[in-house]
Design a protein around this ligand. Structure first.
Ligand code: ASP
Length: 582
């Protein structure tokens, strides 16, 4: 037995017991006649004391050699501490050590193993196993475990079963590039790693499994902008004999359960918003509704004056920023520069100060009088003291720009409180999305998503207007889950592939197995997947998913600790019949 107790366990009630502990040396203070060591394990820290008078001489000498992160085992008596430490649960006691074994020495760690470490991100990633010893990372991993256990418990209780699906498969159409794996046994052929288990979970429904879930790795080879990982985890779910309403009910239940169990928060019913409404009110299909600043469309009240910029725009739209009328000229100029940055791309910004005395002062006073501006204030919900910011241009672009400004201002004004949770369902997504560059339509969710009943006919005439039985669960401005009711009819699926530009041969080659399965009694089915990493991060009140992944990759998709990806030797290449041409 290496230890009788953990380092977080002992209290005043244990005083006078003999105990054995094992762990890492957090720090050691040598006062000459007395040495104190903080011993740490996953559960906490316990103070050890070595005393020239009471500790055997050889043990005392050995204690002097202990360095940071040495792994040791000690046996001794629990005694009451003279100077109690109220900051830690074990602060009432210490261990008067009589036996010390050094289980393993340690090099000096390249950064301090403290909550506030001196190590930067790169060095911590290289020595991630040391980083994991720190409370913030350790606690995040434990938190993740708690969330996944709650998910498993909840779904199991609802008769879902967890089924594993294969990783060596072929392309799944989630819109990213595939990671591929060469097959040695099948010359010149490759597997693709799943972008999600989408097709397999549908086949499980054909197989009669009826309620499936899986906490599963997905792989997508995309440019790793903003906090993405090439491999990430989904809570993947599918149900048979359901309609959209059934899915929303079950997974709203799961999310409510998590908010209750993990955060102690009760949320009654999640609001629902159509995609069109979300775009109109927030310029975004994953609106953060913890705060207002809803869009006010101003075409009606701002066009047909002499301001040609607005007259020629498809959309003129503004938001009221609370209490910002007092901004100085310089501050407003800075805001204008912010929206004009290439990442946002606005050509300019018109503003209106809603003065406390009820008057308005705008950057376009030449074209608009006080009555006009009062209408703008009404449309944007501006109160006196607010600053109205107005952008104009092509509808989609200008919505995206104003949405970015809305989020930025909310951040600056401290309106994005990580301890507040505002979930909502966004429903009625378009089935197809126009790729502005190629002029082709592609599936907004994925090609297995079913159009709303009765809308199949519109596919030919007005493809952009067809709505899908697709939904996203949004939490605090993040899409944390998304799914759809699927097509389960071979003919409909074939029509869908045709509209997405697949020839019959291509559709057969890629998804023939699914269409074949649909001929053997496929039940109506649908499902969704949650992004577990992001869900855990949001519940944990953190911004980045990396903090909740034990061994994450960096922005170039590298694992800097094991140094992957890496070249493989020529023998291995030969075996795989692969010649490099780089
Ligand atoms: N496979 C989808 C995704 O990864 C989720 C779903 O439709 O169930 O986004």
């Amino acid at each position: 037995m290496y230890r009788s107790h953990s380092c977080g366990e002992l209290r005043a009630s244990h005083v006078s017991q003999e105990v054995t502990l094992a762990g890492w040396v957090q720090k050691s203070r040598d006062k000459g006649f007395m040495i104190w060591v903080d011993l740490r394990d996953r559960y906490g820290i316990t103070q050890l004391i070595f005393d020239e008078e009471r500790t055997p001489a050889d043990v005392f000498e050995k204690a002097k050699t202990l360095g940071r992160e040495f792994v040791i085992q000690v046996t001794g008596q629990v005694i009451e501490r003279e100077a109690k430490n109220t900051k830690i649960p074990t602060g009432d006691i210490e261990i008067l050590v009589k036996k010390l074994t050094i289980l393993n020495a340690s090099l000096l760690p390249p950064f301090t193993i403290e909550d506030d470490t001196d190590g930067g991100e790169d060095i911590r990633m290289k020595y991630r196993y040391l980083d994991i010893r720190r409370n913030p990372v350790k606690n995040s991993l434990m938190f993740r475990h708690k969330v996944t256990m709650e998910v498993r418990n909840y779904l199991s209780k609802q008769d879902f079963i967890e089924v594993e699906t294969p990783y060596l498969i072929k392309s799944t159409p989630e819109g990213a590039r595939d990671f591929v794996v060469p097959s040695r046994m099948n010359e010149g052929e490759f597997y693709a790693l799943p972008q999600s288990p989408q097709t397999f979970k549908q086949l499980l429904m054909v197989g009669g499994m009826d309620k499936y879930f899986q906490i599963v790795k997905c792989f997508r080879d995309e440019d790793l902008r903003a906090d993405r990982q090439p491999e990430f985890t989904q809570i993947d779910c599918e149900m048979a004999f359901v309609e959209q309403e059934d899915i929303l009910t079950v997974f709203e239940g799961l999310t409510r359960h998590l908010l209750k169990e993990i955060k102690g928060i009760d949320i009654e019913k999640f609001p629902r918003m159509s995609f069109d409404e979300a775009m109109k009110k927030y310029g975004n299909d994953k609106p953060d509704i913890r705060f207002g600043m809803e869009f006010g469309e101003l075409n009606e009240v701002a066009q047909h004056k002499d301001f040609s910029v607005f007259n020629s725009a498809e959309l003129v739209v503004g938001i009221a920023i609370p209490d910002a009328a007092s901004y100085t000229r310089k501050e407003i100029d800075k805001l204008i520069d912010w929206v004009k940055r290439p990442q946002i791309g606005a050509l300019g910004m018109v503003y209106v100060k809603c003065n406390e005395d009820g008057t308005y002062k705008s950057s376009v006073d030449k074209f608009y009088d006080q009555d006009d501006l009062a209408k703008w204030a009404e449309k944007t919900g501006a109160k006196s003291g607010d600053l109205i910011c107005v952008l104009s241009g092509k509808t989609n672009k200008v919505r995206a720009q104003l949405s970015a400004l809305r989020m930025e201002m909310a951040e600056r004004l401290g309106l994005r409180n990580p301890e507040e949770f505002a979930p909502l369902w966004v429903v009625d997504f378009p089935l197809l999305e126009l790729d502005e560059e190629t002029g082709h339509y592609h599936a907004m969710h994925h090609p297995f998503t079913s159009p709303k009943p009765g809308q199949l006919e519109l596919l030919d005439s007005k493809p952009g207007e067809v709505k899908a039985n697709a939904y996203d669960l949004v939490l605090n401005g993040n899409e944390i889950g998304g799914g759809s009711i699927r097509i389960h009819d071979k003919k409909v699926q074939a029509t869908m592939f045709k509209h997405l530009g697949f020839t019959d041969e291509e559709a057969k080659a890629q998804f023939g197995f699914l269409m074949d399965a649909f001929q053997y009694g496929a039940p109506p089915h649908g499902g969704l997947a949650f992004g577990l990493d992001r869900l855990v991060a949001i519940l944990g009140g953190q911004e980045t998913i990396r903090d909740f992944i034990a061994f994450p990759k960096n922005n170039s998709g590298r694992d800097v600790m094991i140094d992957a990806p890496a070249p493989i030797d020529s023998e291995q290449l030969k075996e795989l019949n692969i010649k490099l041409d780089i």
